[in-house]
Design a protein around this ligand. Structure first.
Ligand SMILES: *Cc1c(COP(=O)(O)O)cnc(C)c1O
Length: 401
């Protein structure tokens, strides 16, 4: 591990002022158990060997880097490259941490995985991991999301998971979190609660980052091999921030490499019409940790909007809030229109249909490229766009020629 990663976060899970674990009393012993188990098990030769095996023989790692020659040529500036996390089994980077969380649970002697899910992507990845390791899986999902994301609900059921519909309050992600934690407390002896990004109470922001670190390690080595030098700019979309931390962590000690997180600007910079938490948020608490938060006037997490449902969160991983403050990472935003244009461009010009989330990173790379002739940009293509095709075509057609 690099020197930055070794020293961050501190023992209590703080990245500077951000992070920590503000837990209801019944959860305190269970998070302590997870923290201690992670410290011990993740260093054991057996765990490391098992995780390597899973990555290679089930997930399809290492994923390649692709040179986006046609887009680079048409923009006439920097050369653009993509780390192909869309080629992971199940089509996104989420399996990197879900398989590792499941393996940790297995080594802890747990028999069950539990989580909430919004659009269903985390639920599908976790249900996949549960099936592989022969574990039970319980996913809580708001009734509104269940209606909107029917194919993911079907996938989870096919994979053997129990989907628990959440019918109170706004019947969406926030209520699903509450419902999942309520159900977890009495089952915590046999179940692991598996958080789906670098968010939540300590140790999850650190643990999920460490499990995603493989993306950055591979990418750095592959890029050097392919191009002969390090990239000038490394970029990724930021929802909770796990795919970004994975890629960034491979380059964080390389001072000459500029890092850019791209947040979703939705339809405008008005509160409620975007999910650009780092760009517009304020210091606050959400779901048991301290970070930047988009808040309404009452101090409650604000409603958010973006075309990419996987970026739809009014908080952000505490490490991103910290890296914004230290200045090591730059944060910017791309709106729905730019992401859509990038979605069509990558499909038509490169033969890769990206997830709408990943399209935000593509949009930023395409915006920056003309300004940096002679330089190289590496972006994280966090997932493939199959899940978004119906929505895009129904609303926007197949793009112009
Ligand atoms: C869930 C998801 C994201 C957002 O999650 P992060 O934790 O910010 O990486 C990005 N891309 C894809 C394809 C996703 O499924």
């Amino acid at each position: 591990m690099t020197s930055y990663l070794k020293n961050t976060p501190d023992r209590d899970g703080f990245f500077g002022d951000y992070g920590g674990a503000e837990l209801p009393p019944p959860l305190v012993p269970h998070f302590k158990e997870i923290r201690e188990a992670y410290d011990r098990i993740s260093r054991s030769a057996e765990f490391i060997r098992d995780l390597r095996y899973v990555r290679k023989h089930f997930q399809g790692r290492p994923t390649p880097i692709s040179y986006l020659k046609n887009i680079s040529d048409s923009l006439g500036g920097a050369q653009i490259y993509a780390k192909r996390e869309d080629l992971n089994h199940t089509g996104a980077h989420k399996l990197n941490h879900c398989m590792a969380e499941a393996l940790l649970a297995k080594h802890m002697g747990k028999t069950k995985l539990m989580a909430e899910t919004g659009a269903g992507q985390h639920g599908v990845a976790l249900a996949t991991a549960a099936a592989y390791f022969g574990m039970e899986c319980e996913i809580h999902m708001g009734e509104i999301d269940i209606e909107k994301e029917a194919p993911n609900v079907t996938r989870m059921k096919l994979l053997g998971a129990t989907v628990v519909p959440v019918g109170f309050g706004g019947r969406s992600l926030k209520e699903a979190v509450d419902s999942a934690f309520q159900s977890y407390v009495p089952q915590a002896d046999k179940a692991l609660f598996a958080i789906g990004s670098v968010v939540g109470p300590h140790p999850f922001p650190m643990m999920v980052r460490d499990f995603q670190h493989v993306v950055g390690v591979e990418a750095r080595e592959q890029f050097l091999d392919m191009v002969g030098v390090l990239p000038d700019i490394v970029t990724a979309c930021v929802g909770g921030g796990s795919n970004a931390m994975g890629l960034f962590s491979g380059f964080i000690d390389d001072e000459g490499v500029a890092l850019y997180g791209v947040e979703p600007l939705g339809t405008s910079s008005k509160l409620g019409e975007h999910a650009a938490t780092i760009t517009y948020g304020v210091d606050g608490d959400i779901h048991g940790f301290r970070t930047l938060v988009l808040q309404d006037e009452a101090g409650e997490p604000a409603p958010v909007h973006t075309i990419a449902s996987g970026l739809d969160y009014p908080g952000v991983g505490p490490e991103h809030a910290y890296l914004k403050k230290t200045g090591r990472v730059n944060y910017t935003a791309a709106d729905d229109k730019e992401a859509l244009a990038a979605f069509f461009a990558l499909s038509r010009q490169e033969g890769i249909i990206p997830a709408l989330e990943s399209a935000h990173a593509v949009a930023f790379a395409m915006r920056e490229a003309p300004k940096h002739p002679g330089k190289a940009i590496l972006l994280n293509l966090s997932g493939r766009g199959d899940k978004d095709i119906d929505f895009v075509v129904e609303n926007f057609g197949v793009g112009e020629a």
